[in-house]
Design a protein around this ligand. Structure first.
Ligand code: ACO
Length: 377
């Protein structure tokens, strides 16, 4: 009997030096360094460069990378026009997918799949995703697109382009930390999709467009938005316990909990929960936080034994919501961070490329013959 690895669970298809996960113990490291240390000490720019280079950068390397990102923040006018004319009401992930694909049309280097080109395009895309996502938000609100500022960090500049207002140092730091937590996560569905596309020696824009499509689904990046929908549906903290019990009784999946790899607390959700707790202690518990606390308690009590615990999406939405970001933009913000992980993984994989081509066990009929159309029932 042939074993089928449904969902490719446990299938090892490549080697990687970027990210290590121990799902049973809730451990996540990048380049061997625990995610908690990255979140506490580092920045989006530094972790992105570290993954692209496969090592912690020197101060000089980081300064050059930072300058490169800043120099590439602006998006072509033609793309800004396309974004402005996109239909209102489309999901921002649809808009992002289209915008990134269009950006590829405008990049004369886009068809170059050599290692140097892949890296140069990665730097541009890491810089420009931020501008594109902010522009999509502004256009959907019928507001002027805000040009990037060169004196702000990647996180600070994004918040500035989104709102038109310079964020506080605290908001910038918080958003930067959230980006750091989302930069990479091993062979998740979107990274795998990016790699699968790259394995055909397709171009970086095609890889990233495919990855955006994979991230969009509610079982992956779309879960953070679904968590907020759930919190809005619950309404008030006193209704949370009955709501979740009813969902679990009906065997409905709860968004923001469970993970293919983690069978214990996702360490990223702990960092975000710690932050939420600090805010709660300072400013009092928000309604969202109180609902999440109850949901976490019930889930862990009832299905923790199945390895179901909160994942990164459980608390991330409340952090973004504290920053005044609309829930439709939670998944694009995930992409804004994950672009670095996608690019680094594609660069690593294509450095020793092999076409990805798995197989399926054929279970259809084997002895059929063609029947003419007029003879079919
Ligand atoms: N709520 C309730 N029960 C769950 C959940 C959940 N979210 N997730 C899994 N279970 C249950 C399953 O019903 C199953 O129960 P059973 O053994 O009695 O049949 C058991 O736990 C094992 O679940 P699987 O479906 O085999 O786990 P899988 O690894 O396929 O699922 C997944 C992982 C898809 C993430 C799932 O947990 C889920 O749908 N979660 C909600 C969506 C979500 O939050 N996604 C974000 C993931 S993190 C990220 O992408 C950033």
């Amino acid at each position: 009997m042939t074993n089928i690895a449904k969902g490719l669970e446990g299938v090892l298809f490549t080697e990687s030096k970027l990210t290590f996960i121990n799902g049973a113990e809730g451990v996540l490291t990048h380049l061997g360094i625990p995610i908690q240390e990255w979140a506490e000490n580092s920045t989006f720019e530094e972790l992105s460069l570290a993954l692209l280079n496969g090592q912690l950068p020197t101060a000089a390397q980081l300064a050059t990378f930072d300058a490169d990102l800043k120099a590439n923040r602006a998006i072509p006018d033609a793309l800004a026009q396309v974004i402005t004319h996109m239909p209102r009401g489309v999901h921002p992930m649809q808009a992002l997918r289209t915008a990134v694909s269009y950006l590829g049309l405008l990049d004369p280097q886009s068809e170059d799949t050599g290692a140097e080109a892949r890296r140069a395009i990665s730097v541009r895309m890491i810089a420009q995703f931020s501008t594109i996502i902010a522009a999509i938000s502004r256009a959907q609100e019928g507001k002027e697109i805000v040009a990037p500022r060169m004196d702000l960090t990647h996180a600070g500049n994004f918040l500035y382009m989104l709102t038109g207002k310079e964020p506080t140092a605290e908001q910038t730091r918080l958003f930067d930390m959230a980006l750091v937590l989302h930069v990479d996560h091993g062979m998740n569905a979107s990274t795998f999709t990016a790699i699968a596309t790259s394995s055909t020696l397709s171009d970086m824009y095609s890889c990233m467009t495919s990855a955006i499509g994979a991230l969009k689904g509610p079982l992956h990046g779309g879960a953070n938005e679904a968590v907020m929908d759930m919190l809005d549906e619950v309404g008030t903290p006193d209704k949370a316990e009955a709501y979740i019990n009813a969902k679990l009784d009906a065997k409905t999946k709860i968004m923001g909990v469970g993970h293919r790899v983690y069978k214990y607390f996702d360490p990223r959700s702990r960092v975000l929960r710690d932050y939420a707790e600090v805010v709660a202690n300072k400013e009092g518990k928000s309604t969202y936080y109180q609902i999440l606390e109850t949901i976490e308690k019930v889930v862990v009590e009832r299905i923790g034994s199945k390895g179901i615990y909160p994942n990164v999406d459980f608390y991330s939405g409340t952090v973004y919501s504290d920053l005044g970001i609309r829930k439709e933009f939670f998944t694009p913000i995930f992409a804004l961070a994950r672009i670095s992980g996608w690019c680094a993984s594609v660069i690593e994989y294509t450095g020793d490329n092999r076409l990805l081509r798995p197989d399926a066990v054929y279970t259809g009929v084997t002895d059929a013959h063609y029947v003419q159309l007029q003879d079919r029932q």
